[in-house]
Design a binder for this molecule. Structure first.
Ligand SMILES: N[C@@H](CCC(=O)N[C@@H](CS)C(=O)NCC(=O)O)C(=O)O
Length: 265
């Protein structure tokens, strides 16, 4: 059995879950709160398999342990492994070399900015962040968060540089990325790279999800009506864009699609 370790509601973890589920790879989904993931990841790879970059630390999740003991500590590495190991030629997520390039771009830019804005909006309402926690992790972890919330919020604000200027910049960058992908889709193509679903579509949709709140996301996200007003307005605005409507369609049509039994374990 594969084991997936992750911050329960992370959109980078969502990328890994989407790939595993698309190719019906059975996996154990180990869901943690931010910060509680650190000792767990330390036990899995001691910080040696992860790397620090624009989005990540050495302890970032998702981390996948395969049945043969291989440890993959990055969502793109996991999606690529799943595609290489379980996809047939017609379902290969990287058939077009541009898929990996776009995936990297979404990792570096979109994912960082949707994450910062989402945390900022959740932090505006303590009951909302607690609701997200209560729905997504074990009772014991949720209870701990109730006590440690001020410290956890302080830590996340510092780590992710969540302040008003940062949120304004992240909102702007998210809009820009939606506009750029909207232009790509303007010729009526069904997917970012043309006629085939690829890792670029999967990555764009998963990393945009915190700004759009699609129903089929693999962790509980709050309903639109519960968001603070400026977050609700932004989600409504983005859902109406071409790229936003595209992501919502991918979540309706592709997120639950399962392509046959795994050919290897
Ligand atoms: N390069 C990573 C980025 C993942 C990432 O930033 N994960 C966040 C969750 S949103 C995380 O685990 N952060 C905690 C940490 O870095 O210790 C990937 O695509 O897998």
């Amino acid at each position: 059995m594969h084991q997936l370790y992750g911050i329960a509601f992370s959109h980078y973890v969502e990328k890994a879950r989407w790939a595993l589920e698309r190719f019906s790879v059975p996996y154990e989904d180990k869901r943690y709160l931010p910060f509680l993931h650190i000792p767990v990841i330390h036990r899995v790879h001691g910080g040696r398999a992860g790397k620090t970059d624009r989005a990540s630390t050495r302890y970032s999740t998702p981390v996948l342990r395969t049945p043969s003991g291989l440890v993959l500590a990055d969502s793109a590495a996991i999606v690529a492994y799943v595609s290489e190991t379980f996809a047939g030629p017609e379902d290969d997520l990287y058939a077009d070399p541009e898929a990996a390039e776009l995936e990297q771009r979404f990792h570096d830019v979109l994912g960082v900015h949707t994450r910062r804005a989402a945390y900022a909006f959740l932090f505006e309402r303590p009951s909302l962040i607690q609701s997200v926690i209560d729905h997504n992790v074990s009772r014991a972890q949720a209870r701990l968060f109730r006590i440690a919330r001020p410290a956890a919020q302080f830590g996340l604000r510092r780590l992710l540089r969540i302040d008003e200027a940062g949120v304004a910049r992240s909102t702007h960058k998210t809009r820009d990325e939606f506009a750029a992908m909207g232009e790509r889709l303007a010729d009526g193509r069904p997917f970012l790279l043309g006629e085939r679903f690829s890792a670029a579509d999967l990555a764009f949709a998963a990393l945009a999800a915190p700004a759009l709140l699609p129903e089929a996301y693999s962790a509980w996200l709050p309903p639109l009506e519960e968001l603070p007003p400026r977050a609700r307005a932004l989600t409504r605005e983005l859902r109406k864009t071409r790229a936003g409507a595209f992501v919502m369609r991918l979540y309706r049509e592709e997120r639950g699609r399962v392509l046959g039994r795994p050919s290897a374990t």
